[in-house]
Ligand binder design. Sequence first.
Ligand code: 147
Length: 655
Amino acid sequence: MAKVISCYIVDDSNGLGRTFDGIGGLSGGSATSKLLIGYPQQQQDEVLDYLFKPNFAASLQILKVEIGGDAQASDATEASHMHVEWEEDYNRGYEWWLMKEAKLRNPNIKLYGLPWAFPGWLGNGTQSPYIDNQKLANYIYKWIRGAEVYHNLHIDIIGIWNERWCDAEYVKVLRKTLDQNGYSNVKIVASDLDFGIVDFIKADQEFAAVVDYIGAHYPGVVSPDDAKQTGIPLWSSEDFSTFNDDVGGGCWARILNQNYVQGLMTSTISWNLIDSFFQGLPWDRTSLMTAREPWSGNYNVESPIWMSAHTTQFTEVGWSYLPHGHGVGMLKGGGSYVALTNADNTQLTVVIETMSREHSVCIRPFLPVYVVVPQNVTFQLAGSFANVDFLNVWQSKLRFAANENSVYFKFLALAPVVNGTISLWLDVDEIYTLTTVNTGNHGKHPPPPESAPFPLPFEEDFENYPLSAEPYILAPQQGSFDVVSVGGQHGQVMRQMVLQTPIVWCQETLYFNASLNLLGRFNWTDVKLTSDVQVGAVNGSNGVFIGIRIDNGGCSTYAAKGIFFFIVPNAQSFKVTTDIKGKNVLYQGKSVSAITSDWNTLSLTVKGQNAVGWCNGVQLFNVSVPASPANGFVGVGTDTYGYADFDNLYIDGSM
Ligand code: 147
């Protein structure tokens, strides 16, 4: 293969390119960082350092979070701050906590909130949140104010409705509502779907005036000309979603550069920030790193963390890219480079990537064929950078042969710039940063504890949670579950809070107006599960269930199979079914005196092809069950929306 030798000018004499808005990660859309809050303190702090601490690892510049809508949107539901219209609560879920931890490490990190779904009352019986634009604007404004009042968090950026219809009239009402309430500095992103929004921006000046950033998802590094011509900054406001091995790292490195080189996008945000959800749920490890064992403290820092560092450790939000052809462009031998500088043009950072197509494919969209070859590159520094003497050189090298190890974010040298030029030999699948910034650091914590399976027996009585918390170790697939106090011998319990169908993000979930909260290991086969259960006296669910070998979560929770033991306390009836919808009945009973209208203790043992169930110590059934599904999570839930309480969960695997 012929060697390619090329020279590239880095020069600010003709002005600058667009303002750099930062690299970020997304918690939510949905529940992707669910298990992190339950980690042991030491490992939790370490993981948060890898994500957010400046000059340590990923050093993220933006944290985007879901504004919980009580509905499923990928990996579990996230709690709304207003389950019902007549209440507000800012202690639910874990996004407040995560934002505070991020700010603690980096006070300059930008916070961005976006809803995927909404509690049903906002739709007034419909699936549209735009029935009453003022009501919706108030709901979002309350979330922003709640962040400030209860958590001392300033929200910088707000979105509309993830990947769904963006109503221009609503966006105008939102802007006005925020302005009137002292939040004129909160910026608006539209539409968190694609560049189709540009047509609406072009057609409506008032709308154009209230859109601060045009956010497209998975743009495949390109944006249309008319988007660029609006002059409104363009963002890839959700991107990546690729398995976090080294190909995932290659994807992330390539799009971080090329989203600007080709698409003029000045921010890229990873879906998602961290895989902190049970293995077996959808979207396994499509995350910057992995931490899903709160019981062991084990976690994995993956290659996308170090790919981020190449940009984030040597730039700040508010820096500028250099113009195309003067520090930004594609390399002749394949790959790309971007140069950025600070406000007074005294610092220079150049990020270069040579990711091959094979080793940088992202989940979507289709990546056109291209070729990268080893190449020699020379950068000629001019303008404000003509007198730069030395550049710090940082390298990552992704290797894919079985006997080779990748190199992640390694300091190579303080290299001299001779006569304003610096030359590098670039191999394929490498990333380099050349920078005047001296603070780069490959941060390192001691190795985490070994990976271990979910420990049994498991007991949870919810007494040690703060009120309103969502229990850390359960992942609600439908419905939303808060810790509440009922007093008496039950003290604190876990209550299902959703009373009506939410405005959903996963359309499929409309087939299943009921709740499920799961936990454990997807490969569990023979298990005993016990829970105290009670339906609410007012606005209660019809019935409750406990289940074993639950084989589905995420948007397809409605299709879950397993062994489910339902009771309807007020009818003193029960059934055991092989589906979460309760249609495929193996056995049932009516007018069972063991079932009370108050608290009941349900137990279900599934072993081999046999299931036995008890209520308050009385055996109600002993039936054969199908061989499939042979394994799955355990869970509790309700057969309709409505209040129901759960207490004293107990799981035993020694049967
Ligand atoms: C995105 C969602 O916004 C995320 O919550 C998460 O589900 C993510 C998983 O990759 O996907 O939604 C998309 C779903 C489909 C496409 C794009 C985004 N698509 O087919 O282009």
